[in-house]
Design a protein around this ligand. Sequence first.
Ligand SMILES: C=CC1=C(C)c2cc3[nH]c(cc4nc(cc5[nH]c(cc1n2)c(C)c5CCC(=O)O)C(CCC(=O)O)=C4C)c(C)c3C=C
Ligand SMILES: [Fe+2]
Ligand SMILES: [Fe+2]
Length: 396
Amino acid sequence: MTSSSGTGGGTGIVMMNLGGPATLDDVEPFLVRLFADREIIQLPWQDVLGKFIATRRAPKVRKLYEAIGGGSPIRRWTEAQGEAMCRRLDEMSPETAPHRFYIAFRYTTPFADDALQAMKADGITRAIAFTQYPQWSCATTGSSLNDLWRALDRTGLKDAFEWSIIDRWGEHPGFIEAMAGAVEDGLEDFPEAERDDVMVLFSAHSLPLSIIDRGDSYPAEIGASVSRVVQAIGLRNPHLVSFQSEVGPVRWLGPSTEKVIEQFAKSGRKNLLIVPIAFTSDHIETLSELDIEYAELAHSLGMTGFRRAPALNVRTEFLDALADIVAQHLAARTPWSPQYVTRCPGCTNDQCRGIPSRVVSGPTGCRTAASEQKSSVSQVTPRAATRTVAAPAVTH
Ligand SMILES: C=CC1=C(C)c2cc3[nH]c(cc4nc(cc5[nH]c(cc1n2)c(C)c5CCC(=O)O)C(CCC(=O)O)=C4C)c(C)c3C=C
Ligand SMILES: [Fe+2]
Ligand SMILES: [Fe+2]
């Protein structure tokens, strides 16, 4: 049985995200890793076709990163967010201090292995896997968590930390307040006389339809975030949800943001506010796709008022929200959200909803079977939680 006592060495918070190439030289290896991951996209002959798509795509994507300053700012934003979050947490929760953040990107450095080794070197024993995707998807948070658990094996650190997971927070009041503030700022950017006429388009990164068909909760969670933001503002403008950034030869969830913009422009609508509802900072999808590509499209079709709501980046309400999410999680001493055990009905990935061998135990004993686990990675199911999965194969 793992200890559930205090956090003597402080608390390590692993901020998990997709990551982005820091330099133009990093673009191709980043894309190669992304298209090799069967949890984010499934391709026939993945090894060959994934590499082919990545290398063919790299020159075009390099130009896009060049246009936004030569690399992704996602690491810079994550570091600024992590620092501010930990400063707040040290004050809010002295009993679990010091709080330190560690970045685990999925397709570029620093990887999960780097985060684990740095935590070990810092003497951390209590660790939180904190997804930076507000809404759950097996393709994003699921892939990052599975890789984190595999990294425990790769680094030989499977018994080094006592874990819990913040697996989603798309309806957290602090996140909603921060998003609502960003939408209000975006609306205020329009001349007052035109403000009521603005269509608000909540745009989220799309997912392949094969993932949706398995029952991934992402679209429902996006809808829930949007609905809460709309309620929080008391938004009277018409609004719609759409999906962006489709890549690769698979079918994607629509309606496509690009097509919606096109349709609105052609119908004579002049004012549109795009709100990136599934991203927490600026990166290529906001700075290039929304601000350059879609803005040019809108203007070319005569849409004069095309704007984007600011990304959350280091918005004060958002930094408060990050700290609040972690503080509430620490106080609750629950190992994960109730939704974490609900696998997609069509899921065939043996690694899905894995847990590490050492998991924090909650006050009500709600942690099911981690103490009986033999492997470093096991699967959680509400009833069969003691099942051990050795060297699981990804078959999504
Ligand atoms: C909610 C967030 C994201 C989801 C869902 C998501 C799914 C997804 N993405 C790809 C392929 C690519 N994504 C790329 C960039 C990128 N994607 C996200 C977030 C989500 N992706 C972010 C934050 C970024 C930006 C990285 C940065 O610049 O910092 C890219 C690279 C750019 C490009 O080539 O267009 C690819 C490729 C798939 C296949 C997918 C499926 C679930
Ligand atoms: Fe993406
Ligand atoms: Fe899954």
